[in-house]
Design a protein around this ligand. Structure first.
Ligand SMILES: Cc1cc2nc3c(=O)[nH]c(=O)nc-3n(C[C@H](O)[C@H](O)[C@H](O)COP(=O)(O)OP(=O)(O)OC[C@H]3O[C@@H](n4cnc5c(N)ncnc54)[C@H](O)[C@@H]3O)c2cc1C
Length: 382
């Protein structure tokens, strides 16, 4: 029998999704909390050669991260391609809300996404989603997911690689090699982190460099870390890491531009040092990151010894799959009208992947609802 072990931390959404995937396919596994067990944490680092969770071992194979593609190959069951009324790409706030609205309109709906919850999973504390004074991104998205699961909606964990038009229908292909067809599409695939553009970035990703502080933060207990990014996300990460790490260097390319609710807290935290008008210019370390060089606006360089670097430097829309198919703006966001219609009838879009100016959970959810209602109107009129 295949032996599966999941090395995880308590608040890591990707760990939860890996376990949800294994549960869905009835795969038994042992779960090890490396945030609570330093010996197992060290074992995980040794077998995976890196310091990020989740790590999944399947007999002798070591899978780093929640690799839905590989897990689907190992445990997913093949199904014949089908034709749906609506196919939704992405299961963040926009996609999950669109799914609920489609199901309530009795549309046969498939949501395909790399994860369930999207970027919201990375938020330590959400204080601006109505109905909650404060809730973690993890908890809020769990509630979205629970609501979706009460309805007749199919949800598959996979990565969409292409979108094409086939006469009246649309076809999407996925990384797991599947093709799905639908009469309408709702695109809600959000954004991904912008790279720093510093040599060695790929080498150190998971080996001291992290783009998910809520996932990997517990592994840096009592260590020295740095956070790159002077916006809301970067400052929020620096504040949260100051409670876990020994010291935090916050590095901002310009001034700190976070909302006052976050930036006012910064000054009062003893173990955070803020470097404004500063950029990271080099990484140091052999297997693991052990330091960075930073450079200020006057060209003065300084080397800082750190164990971990968290990057929160902005976002790039996930629109490669529709380049050449849909009209995009200069930032490569999908151009939509006020009702979520794109340049092709039958394709709708919502949330952070669109040209909507404000990128927020409540806005993405609202726009997901609007796109779904518009898709329903489109299908009813066909
Ligand atoms: C650290 C952090 C803190 C934040 N804090 C707040 C806050 O306090 N309040 C607030 O309102 N907003 C906050 N935000 C912003 C908020 O999370 C986003 O605006 C919101 O999640 C956007 O929702 P979305 O559904 O449009 O996209 P996303 O949340 O980005 O979801 C996109 C989904 O598409 C999937 N996907 C991407 N590419 C593919 C593909 N090729 N195939 C299949 N699936 C794909 C992804 O896996 C994901 O599930 C925060 C963001 C971050 C990163």
């Amino acid at each position: 029998m295949t032996r599966v072990t999941v090395y995880s931390t308590q608040n890591c959404p990707y760990c939860r999704m890996a376990k949800a995937f294994l549960d869905k396919y009835g795969v038994p596994y042992e779960s090890i909390d490396v945030g609570a067990d330093p010996v197992q944490a060290q074992k995980m680092i040794e077998i995976s050669g890196q310091r990020g969770v989740p790590v999944i071992t399947v007999d002798d194979e070591v899978i780093v991260g929640f690799d839905a593609e590989r897990l689907t190959e190992l445990f997913g069951k093949e199904e014949a391609p089908d034709r749906y009324d609506v196919l939704i790409v992405g299961a963040g706030p926009a996609g999950l809300t669109a799914g609920v609205y489609c199901a309530r309109k009795m549309l046969s709906t498939l949501i395909i996404s790399e994860n369930i919850g999207g970027q919201a999973l990375e938020s330590w504390a959400i204080e601006n989603y109505m109905g909650y004074r404060m809730i973690t991104g993890e908890d809020l998205m769990k509630k979205f997911e629970e609501q979706v699961k009460t309805l007749d909606i199919r949800l598959e964990l996979d990565r969409v690689t292409s979108v094409t038009r086939e006469q009246q229908d649309f076809a999407i292909k996925t990384a797991a090699g599947k093709t799905h067809r639908a009469r309408a599409l709702i695109l809600t695939q959000g954004n991904h982190h912008r790279n720093l553009g510093v040599p060695g970035e790929e080498k150190f990703l998971g080996r001291g460099l992290s783009v998910c502080a809520t996932c990997d933060g517990p592994l840096y207990k009592g260590k020295k870390v740095a956070v790159v990014g002077g916006g809301n996300a970067g400052v929020q990460t620096a504040i949260e890491m100051s409670r876990i790490a020994l010291s935090v260097s916050l590095i901002a390319r310009g001034a700190v531009r976070a909302d006052s609710v976050y930036s006012e807290k910064l000054g009062g935290i003893q173990n955070i040092t803020v470097h404004t008008d500063t950029q990271v210019t080099a990484f140091h370390g052999d297997t693991f990151l052990s330091g960075i060089t930073i450079c200020d606006a006057n060209g003065a360089e300084q080397q800082i010894a750190i164990d971990g670097l968290f990057v929160d430097t902005g976002w790039v829309p996930n629109t490669e799959m529709v380049e050449g198919l849909l009209d995009l703006n200069e930032r490569k966001e999908i151009i939509v009208d006020i009702n979520g219609r794109t340049s092709i009838p039958g394709i709708f879009a919502a949330g952070d992947v669109t040209n909507a100016k404000s990128k927020q959970i409540i806005i993405a959810a609202g726009e997901g609802a609007k796109a779904a209602l518009e898709a329903f109107g489109y299908l009813a009129g066909q």
